[in-house]
Every structure is written in structure tokens, then in C-alpha cells.
Ligand binder design. Structure first.
Ligand SMILES: [Zn+2]
Length: 371
């Protein structure tokens, strides 16, 4: 069965931010809460948004690098105290995920733990308060994605997944990514590339998403090095923000073992994009025998020759843009690998990996990524 669903309204180009008041008007939002983080605020981006909104909307700027239930509830309190009727998310995936959680809790009973995908929570998610997302990184695709990943007070990480969580509007202005430092450009860019590769290879049936995924891979593969080396290059920034958006549009086809193995590692505090860059080569080596034709098409999109190895290419790219290529470089304790493998095998994202992956398979993948 193919479920094909595109729901977001997207304004995309340099200068798109000026459309914010108009787009909020179309959503009927009169009193938005601005959710952002301290880094975005100190880069002066939040001030630009506030200036364009004229008045002084309440601002929640304490988004942690991995969003938490406590932060969502603190932002929710602000939302309620000011009688807000929608959320503007400004930032990377963390701020956007947090905004989705606030909009969910503002309109639904109970706590975040009731809405995790693993506990059947998706069926309980209906219409949420309107979210307008403005990405300041080019990678997560959260501006059009249907998931929000947060850490509960118990320390457990949950993913809330529902079409209801997709932001109603995304304003993608590459201007806001010009000041992103090289390492963040590299790590978030590899996240975008991994979305294209994983969703293209996933077992989900969704030809439009597959076509978008191939374009995402072609674009990210061609422009990521330029964006990292020359952050001021407007063409490279435009292309990488488009690749990130396309990656987000492909989530509905499903992801795979890179993200499944990356989630429990992410709960330890490592950067999501860096983890994906490290995990891509061993997962591609594991998946390649199951999907040879798709691997050939990915190589063609990246202008590789049939004799080139896609896993080797991604590993060399990761090294060239200055990211670690091994989990050992992150300081991971290898004693944790068996437990991480067990958790990865239970991730919902593992269900669409093109080759079924057992706990033992994940252990081998993580050991290869560690060495
Ligand atoms: Zn990702």
C-alpha cells in the first residue's frame, strides 16, 4: 500500500523571512510563541524575526540541544500564560521538535509520554496548534517532518510521529544559514544526505518520495563541501537548504538502520548528523547486497562510476569535511554496544530498512562504526 501525502506550505528563497507576518495571518495566528535557542538568539536571528513581527511576542529560548519534556512544559507554560494561539519555531531540529511538542500539549490532554509512537500514541494525535517553522540549519528537514523526538523526565527518549505534527507552514530562507559554522554545516548537511540515501533505499513504497530523495542526494552530494568550506557562498547555502527540505519531504517513505542505530546513541548526547555520517558506511555495506539496483542509481546521482563503492565514498566525504568517521573518536565506551544494538533493533525506523536487521546485525554495524 502506498500512502503519499504532502501537506506543508513552503516559502523558499533568500528574503522569504519577510513573508512571516503574512503567513501567520493566513494561519489565523495572532499571538504566536517564538521557540528558539540561545545560539540562534546570540547570532541575532531571533531579533530579525521579532522585528518582522512588530509587537513583542513571548520568546522561549532555552531549547536544549536535545529537546526534553521539561523544556516542552516550560515553553507550554509560557504559551498558556500569554494566551498564545500558535508557535513559531526558529532554529535547527531541536527548536522545531520542541515547538511541535508545545503545540501538541497545548491542544491535547495528558503528558508527552502518552504520545510516543511505540506506545501507540500516534493514533491519539489529532489537530495541534498551528506551527510555523523557520529552519536556521540545513539538515534535519524537521520543518516538513512528521516526527518530534524528545527525552522524557525518566530519561527515556520518545518519538512522537503523526501527520498532525507537520508544521502548517515552513519559511526556508537560506540567508539565515549563512552564519552557520563549518562543523555544524558539515554535520547537519550529512544528516540531509543521510535522509536522501536512507529514504531512497527504504522498503516503503512511495515513488514521488523516491524521486525527491534522489534529487536530495544529488544536490547534497554536489554542494556540501562548498557550503562547509565557503559558508558565505549563497548558491551553496540555497542548494543545501533545498536538499535538507527535500530530505524532510521523503520521511514519509521511511528511513532505516542509520537512524535506528543513531537514536539510542543520540540519547547519549552525540550530534545526530555526526552519528549518521559515521553510521552510513557500515549500514550501506550491510544493505548493499539487498538493493543493488538502488545503490547503482544512487551512485549515478552522485556521478560516481559503477566501480566506485558508495560506502567508501561517504566515508571519504565525511573525512574531507572534517567530521569524525568512527564512534571511538567520539569517546563512546564500547561496553555499551550490545545494549545500543538491542535498542536499535526495536526502533520503529528499523522496520523500513531494506534488509531486516537483527540485534546481532546492529552489533556488527556498531562495532564496524567504532573501529
Ligand atoms: Zn536525521
Amino acid at each position: 500500500m502506498a500512502l503519499i501525502s504532502y501537506m506543508s506550505r513552503i516559502q523558499f528563497d533568500f528574503g522569504a523571512l519577510r513573508l512571516l507576518p503574512e503567513e501567520l495571518g493566513l494561519l489565523g495566528v495572532k499571538r504566536p510563541l517564538l521557540v528558539t535557542d540561545a545560539g540562534v538568539r546570540s547570532a541575532g536571528l531571533a531579533e530579525r524575526v521579532l522585528a518582522s513581527l512588530g509587537g513583542v511576542p513571548p520568546v522561549f529560548e532555552d531549547t536544549p540541544s536535545n529537546p526534553t519534556e521539561a523544556a516542552a512544559e516550560a515553553a507550554l507554560a509560557l504559551h498558556r500564560a500569554h494566551g498564545c494561539d500558535g508557535v513559531v519555531a526558529l532554529g535547527g531540529g531541536s527548536a522545531i521538535d520542541l515547538a511541535k511538542a508545545v503545540a501538541l500539549l497545548a491542544t491535547h490532554p495528558g503528558s508527552l509520554g502518552d504520545y510516543g509512537v511505540r506506545g501507540g500514541g500516534s493514533a491519539r494525535i489529532g489537530e495541534i496548534a498551528p506551527v510555523l517553522a523557520i529552519p536556521t540549519t540545513a539538515g534535519t528537514g524537521a520543518e516538513v517532518g512528521r516526527a518530534a523526538t524528545l527525552t522524557l523526565r525518566s530519561g527515556r527518549k520518545i518519538a512522537c510521529v503523526s501527520p498532525g505534527l507537520i508544521p502548517k507552514t515552513a519559511i526556508c530562507d537560506p540567508e539565515l544559514t549563512l552564519s552557520l559554522p563549518p562543523m555544524m554545516t558539515a554535520a547537519t548537511g550529512m544528516d540531509a544526505l543521510s535522509h536522501g540515501i536512507e529514504s531512497y533505499l527504504s522498503s516503503g513504497i512511495n515513488p514521488p518520495a523516491a524521486a525527491i530523495a534522489l534529487d536530495c542526494v544529488e544536490r547534497a552530494g554536489r554542494w556540501i563541501e562548498r557550503a562547509v568550506a565557503h559558508g558565505e557562498d549563497r548558491e551553496a547555502r540555497w542548494q543545501m537548504l533545498m536538499a535538507a527540505l527535500e530530505g524532510g519531504l521523503t520521511f514519509q517513505k521511511g528511513l532505516g538502520a542509520v537512524h535506528a542505530a543513531g537514536h539510542p546513541l543520540g540519547a547519549l548526547g552525540y550530534h545526530h548528523g555526526t552519528l549518521n555520517a559515521i553510521l552510513l558506511p557500515p549500514v550501506l555495506r550491510f544493505n548493499a547486497p539487498a538493493v543493488p539496483e538502488k545503490i547503482a542509481r544512487l551512485k549515478a546521482a552522485l556521478c560516481l562510476t559503477p566501480g566506485d563503492d558508495l560506502a567508501d565514498w561517504t566515508e571519504q566525504l565525511t573525512r574531507r569535511i572534517g567530521l569524525p568517521t568512527r564512534l571511538s573518536e567520539l569517546g563512546l565506551d564500547p561496553v555499551l554496544i550490545p545494549d545500543l544494538a538491542e535498542e536499535a533493533s526495536h526502533e520503529h525506523l528499523s522496520e523500513t530498512n531494506p534488509r531486516p536487521a537483527t540485534t546481532a546485525d546492529y552489533r556488527r554495524i556498531l562495532e564496524a562504526a567504532f573501529r
